[in-house]
Design a protein around this ligand. Structure first.
Ligand code: ADP
Ligand code: MG
Ligand code: ZN
Length: 569
């Protein structure tokens, strides 16, 4: 990192920030840039800040141009972290970038500025396209390449014991023309038990609370050692809040849960708050307008006339069920069905001081005092709901690198089906219900059991055939299947046709030794120049392995790179 300081020109390039912004940027952004330069004066001496290129809850990213020693000009991405970010968290993010970055499709870091509690991470700028803008025009070959490079980045960071925790297209930059890729945003990263990133060990020990919560109380702590510059104290005005959930409907679960069990109120509130905490609100809202409809949203999952796959004319009935009364499992949490719209609810665990006590409220509608006084299970759950693995959604405390692999699987599902986002949920249990409609409820229950969680679903949801699902959503199957699966059309289909189209016969064969489907399955597909009519079985086989509900048997990034789908790469 020190070496980079030598080639960044320390002399002001051309006067004030304002006068250098020739591009038509909004007044808001203009004044934001001005404030940033006041807060971190060294920035303006080094960069001409051109525009804002990204904004999240925890940072704003700007494009900056610097004049190099040799007279050339180079572009940089300047990531300004919100001043309330925990110093250890910031330092850990930097350490991930410095130790693992700069190779294997992982973004590197060039420099870092700090003034008071303002930290700006300087990275090489990588031009990229938003997946939401190009998903409709990607070829299968491009998708295959994208997945290969994403898995390569994951293998690399996992080798360092880094769990990224927020794998999604916005954090994996893709330059379509140059065919370059870069994993960014280690703001939520955590270490495995044997991580090589020293500061992630500290994060592991000290910061078990999610970033959103930890950022509240962290001003004034000792600054991380990695930051370099320091000048006269100045401060930024508070950033305007752009916090609007992409969808703002309240699920019936909240009200019912509140009514039934006072304790749940807090629980539900906490969860809802945290689920949206990391959303890039502005971007997502824009994306929402332009994007192809998500396959799932809470609305269409809950709605009884939904034509979404597997929810046709059905509702997932869920019921609040109490935990098992004896302590056979210390870490369990129950997800269960309640009558009413599709919802799944978590239940408190039998832990803490009352762990030894037994109660009689199991599988009843009431929560007894013993259960009310039990400690809630704490498990990391940062990230974006639609990309969260089942073990996160069920608050499994033992989470590893497999959670990133699951997210990669969701991305692959999105790319193969041409739908982004694929899952859209503001609540973990809605997200879990959406997963069940694709992967099957029986399979989900079984997998959850394997990692110590009991999930109850009032209705059996069949596991869907991934090829049929993706081809149908993509419009490759111009027959009755398409009608039954596309929710953009009014519901006209019979459930039977859809079931026939998508359900995988039981017992589901172990996907690894699944025999390849006869090519006759494909020849009714709409001809497609971009290769969507000739997607090989290997693609769906890999998808199946990435979306393994059980983290213990889920394929690793390293194994996935060895998959036949990538044999020529
Ligand atoms: P946040 O923690 O706020 O999500 P990210 O690190 O994900 O911050 O960056 C937000 C956005 O800024 C990214 O989605 C991307 O569009 C853009 N961005 C981040 N780093 C770079 C970079 N090195 N080059 C180009 N764009 C970047
Ligand atoms: Mg991000
Ligand atoms: Zn009880």
């Amino acid at each position: 990192m020190d070496s980079s300081v030598n080639y960044i020109d320390n002399v002001a390039t051309d006067g004030s920030v304002k006068s250098t912004n020739k591009k038509n940027i909004s007044r808001d952004v203009e004044s934001e840039i001005e404030s940033l330069c006041k807060a971190v004066p060294q920035l303006a001496k080094t960069f001409r800040i051109i525009e804002k290129i990204g904004e999240g809850t925890f940072s704003s990213v700007y494009l900056g141009e610097a004049r190099m020693r040799d007279g050339s000009r180079e572009m940089f991405a300047l990531k300004h972290l919100i001043p309330t970010s925990h110093p250890t968290r910031i330092a850990a993010e930097l350490q991930c970038l410095t130790v693992a970055g700069g190779r294997e499709n992982v973004m590197g870091v060039e420099y870092c500025f700090r003034n008071e509690d303002h930290v700006v991470i300087v990275m090489p700028y990588m031009e990229h396209q938003a997946i939401v803008d190009i998903i409709g025009s990607l070829s299968f070959e491009e998708v295959r390449l994208y997945m290969y490079h994403l898995l390569k980045a994951l293998r690399h960071i996992h080798q360092f014991g880094i769990i990224h925790r927020d794998i999604k297209p916005n954090n994996f930059l893709y330059n379509r023309k140059a065919k370059t890729f870069a994993l960014v945003d280690f703001g939520l990263a955590q270490g495995t038990s044997n991580t090589q990133i020293e500061l992630l060990k500290v994060v592991r020990q000290k910061l078990s609370v999610p970033k959103a919560e930890s950022s509240k109380n962290t001003r004034g702590n000792a600054p991380p050692r990695l930051v370099i510059t320091n000048t006269a104290p100045t401060s930024l005005p508070p950033q305007p809040s752009t916090a609007h959930p992409p969808f703002s409907f309240t699920t019936t679960t909240t009200t019912s849960a509140t009514r039934k069990a006072p304790m749940k109120k807090t629980h539900v509130t906490t969860m809802a708050g945290a689920s949206t905490s990391r959303t890039k609100h502005t971007k997502d809202l824009v994306a929402l307008r332009k994007a192809p409809r998500p396959v799932f949203s809470e609305k269409n999952l809950n709605s009884s006339n939904s034509t979404t796959a597997a929810t046709t004319k059905r509702e997932i009935k869920t019921q609040l069920v109490k935990p098992v009364k004896t302590g056979e499992l210390s870490s369990r949490r129950f997800l269960s069905g309640r009558r009413g719209p599709a919802t799944v609810r978590p239940l408190k665990t039998h832990r803490g001081v009352h762990q030894h006590l037994t109660c009689n409220c199991f599988q009843t509608e009431r929560v007894c005092n013993i259960c009310l006084s039990r400690k809630q299970q704490v498990a990391p759950r940062a990230g974006t709901p639609g990309f969260r693995a089942p073990e996160i959604l069920t608050k499994c405390p033992d989470q590893g690198t497999a959670i990133d692999v699951w997210s990669a699987g969701v991305i692959f599902l999105s790319l193969l089906s041409g739908r982004y986002p694929f899952f859209k949920a503001s609540d973990d249990l809605v997200a879990l219900a959406q997963i069940m409609t694709i992967r099957g409820s029986r399979e989900t229950v079984k997998a959850a059991k394997a990692f110590g969680k009991a999930v109850l679903c009032s209705q059996e949801l069949p596991r869907l055939d991934l090829r049929v699902l993706c081809e149908t959503l993509r419009g490759q199957r111009p027959n009755k299947d398409a009608k039954s699966i596309s929710k953009t059309k009014p519901e006209t289909t019979d459930e039977g046709a859809q079931k026939q189209a998508c359900e995988t016969p039981r017992p589901h064969p172990k996907s690894r030794d699944k025999t390849l489907k006869p090519s006759s399955q494909r020849h009714c597909l709409v001809h497609d120049e971009r290769g969507w009519d000739t997607v090989p079985d290997e693609a769906y086989d890999l998808l199946d392995l990435l979306l393994d509900l059980n983290p213990n048997s889920r394929i690793t990034a390293a194994q996935a790179l060895e998959h036949p789908l990538f044999k020529d790469l």
